[in-house]
Design a protein around this ligand. Structure first.
Ligand code: ARG
Length: 290
């Protein structure tokens, strides 16, 4: 049985950024040599120098806003390793490394696992089920929203619920352009932003019921992966192309920070895809997970 309790709405004027820890992977080996989602066109060359400069700017924006960034060593021959969100899930002292759906990305699972094992978390486990990490799992307060349909298996939702001891809400993705949950839904401070057409009818209805005050993205903003953003409680780092979404965020008391990641978009990724949050567990005032 799925809990549909809604989060208490926060006074927009009281929103504050909370310092976060992110893991990123520099796109030193980035290219588009295979196509595993509709955004990838192997005949459209990528400008790696530009990809590196755009990624450096994203990292600098996080650091300029008080967040810490750790980096994992990129591996030659793994061009999508830049999409660190897919490396797994980290909540408090527990880490779960990914198991990729496509053979082209398979070796990234052990690479992220090794990083997690060396980082000194209390518990590190490799996913048994197909699981593309924060690409399909969004931590929203004291529950986890999880996508399935293209990449992560439904069985992974159960595995995550059991491993982290948190309720997981399963959502079905139906549009191949929005193949990961984080391309269609972004967790904000006290609500979410999402694109209903990316979800099955029942899943879209469930989201509407759980988050009656959610921000609904326009087609145009969803189609530039505007929802692939990162919120620190106040700032929202997202593509600079999602202009209507930036206005919607501003109207709710958030500060959008526009980032140009046009080269990474050629692989079907944007801000959130490049970012694995090492979530902290909040205990004192206001329980839940950042
Ligand atoms: N080319 C990558 C893939 O198709 C992009 C991954 C984007 N990551 C994400 N978290 N949505 O797997």
């Amino acid at each position: 049985m799925t809990s549909v309790a809604t989060l208490p709405a926060r006074d927009p004027a009281a929103r504050r950024p909370r310092p976060r820890s992110y893991l990123m992977c520099r796109p030193e080996h980035f290219e588009v040599t295979y196509a595993i989602n509709p955004w990838m066109d192997t005949s459209d060359p990528v400008d790696r120098a530009l990809a590196l400069a755009q990624w450096d700017a994203l990292r600098a924006a996080y650091e300029a806003h008080g967040h810490s960034v750790e980096v994992i060593e990129p591996v030659a021959g793994l061009p999508d390793m830049v999409f660190a969100a897919n490396g797994g899930l980290v909540i408090g002292e527990k880490a779960l490394s990914a198991r990729f759906a496509n053979p082209e990305r398979e070796k990234e699972g052990p690479a992220y696992h090794e990083w997690m094992a060396g980082r000194g978390f209390a518990e590190v486990m490799a996913a048994r089920e197909t699981n593309e990490g924060e690409g399909d799992f969004a931590i929203a307060g004291d529950r986890i929203l999880a996508g399935t349909g293209f990449r992560s298996a439904r069985g992974a939702h159960e595995e995550v619920a059991e491993y982290f001891g948190m309720p997981v809400v399963s959502l079905d993705l139906v549009d191949p352009r929005f193949y990961h949950l984080d391309t269609a839904l972004m967790v904000l401070d006290d609500t979410i932003a999402y694109y209903p057409a990316a979800f099955s009818g029942p899943s879209a209805r469930l989201l509407a019921q759980m988050y009656p005050d959610a921000i609904i993205a326009t087609d145009a903003d969803a189609e530039v992966l505007g929802l692939n953003g990162v919120c620190d409680g106040y700032h929202v780092f997202l593509t600079d192309k999602a202009t209507a979404l930036a206005e919607q965020l501003r109207a709710r008391g958030y500060e959008p920070i526009g980032i140009d990641l046009s080269e990474l978009l050629k692989s079907g990724g944007s801000v959130k895809c490049c970012t694995l949050e090492l979530h902290r567990v909040r205990t004192a005032a206001g329980s839940g997970t950042d």
